[in-house]
Design a protein around this ligand. Structure first.
Ligand code: SF4
Length: 332
């Protein structure tokens, strides 16, 4: 059953130099209880598309979509008051860097209590009880005393647990995690991912993981979307995209991953070049300037999306029946 259905979302920022077309017509869905991943490099549009759904963009952003259906309601038709009700209550967001996302002037307890009091209208005493329950849920030891401490008194991993506590404080149906483990070292990273998986099952929440780390996607998600230049260039189940990738950008992402499980030594190959200028995006395929297989048609016309299975889709001219066959040297 669908929890979220995004149809043709476009987000544009108006700046002095022109209009930045950060998200250029993406469509995807999320089922109830499912975890999906959105991968891509900085500037691919992954975080902006999530902030568009949350309604958390600055005034110079314009959001257009055929529809953004969340739990049966079209977010495009809701007024500001109803969107505010959804933020933090039905949709929770975990941000990348807990040190800059938490307010250094308020205690941890005050910061977790704020959404509870706004959305659930609990008394101060009941809200405090709930804060202690949530701190236990995210495995912060001695919650009764720690809730009176400030963010600088917590370690990086503990601060990220607090961010998760704030995001789940109102039992959201959807949790959006934007690079939740980027600022953490690998052992703490693994603990945070395990915690998120456990909470997902306990609270029956659906998760969208925004990340540049394919390892995080493999651990957490059932499906994955690969974004490039404000568009989704490939999507499918994690198995389909990791073991049978079709888009040269996905090949590049996989080739730049270290392969430690087999002990096989191989060179990591970075993707050369820089992302496209989204003030004047390319007319054809957005990856043309960096693609070693680019053809004349790639510059002129955007490739159509090809459906390989019910879940696996990709947009690349190499999938056209008349395209030359190329060697894909990619394995996970
Ligand atoms: Fe490369 Fe062309 Fe495919 Fe784009 S459409 S990824 S430029 S081959």
């Amino acid at each position: 059953m669908r929890l979220l259905q995004v149809n043709n979302l476009k987000t544009t920022f108006h700046i002095e130099a022109g209009q930045v077309q950060a998200v250029r017509g993406i469509s995807f869905y999320l089922n109830k209880g499912e975890s999906i991943g959105i991968v891509g490099e900085s500037g691919s549009g992954k975080s902006v598309s999530m902030l568009s759904i949350m309604g958390l963009l600055p005034d110079n952003a314009r959001i257009e979509a055929d529809s953004l259906i969340f739990n049966g309601s079209d977010l495009m038709n809701l007024d500001y008051k109803r969107i505010r009700k959804l933020q933090g209550n039905d949709i929770g967001m975990i941000f990348q860097d807990p040190m800059t996302s938490l307010n250094p002037l308020f205690t941890i307890g005050q910061q977790i209590m704020e959404p509870i009091r706004i959305h659930q209208k609990l008394s101060k005493a009941d809200a405090m009880k709930k804060v202690i329950e949530i701190l236990k849920l995210v495995e912060i030891p001695s919650p009764e005393s720690r809730l009176n401490q400030y963010p600088h008194e917590f370690s990086g991993g503990m601060r990220q647990r607090v961010m998760i506590a704030i995001a789940i404080s109102c039992n959201p149906r959807l949790l959006i995690a934007d690079e939740p483990t980027t600022a953490l070292d690998v052992t703490i990273q693994a603990q945070i991912l395990d915690l998120m998986n456990a909470l997902k099952n306990k609270l029956d929440t659906s998760i969208i993981m925004v990340t540049h780390d394919l390892g995080v996607v493999a651990k957490m998600c059932s499906r994955v979307m690969v974004m490039y230049g404000g568009t989704i260039v490939e999507e499918g189940s994690v198995r389909e995209v990791f073991y049978n990738p079709q888009h040269p950008y996905t090949w590049g992402l996989i080739r730049s991953l270290p392969k430690v499980s087999t002990g096989e030594k191989r060179k990591l190959i970075p993707i050369q070049g820089t992302p496209p200028d989204l003030i004047a995006p390319p007319k054809g395929c957005p990856f043309t300037a960096r693609c070693e297989h680019a053809m004349k048609i790639c510059e002129l016309r955007p490739p159509q999306q090809v459906h390989l299975t019910e879940t696996h889709r990709a947009s690349c001219w190499l999938m056209h029946p008349k395209a030359p066959k190329v060697q894909r040297e990619v394995t996970v």
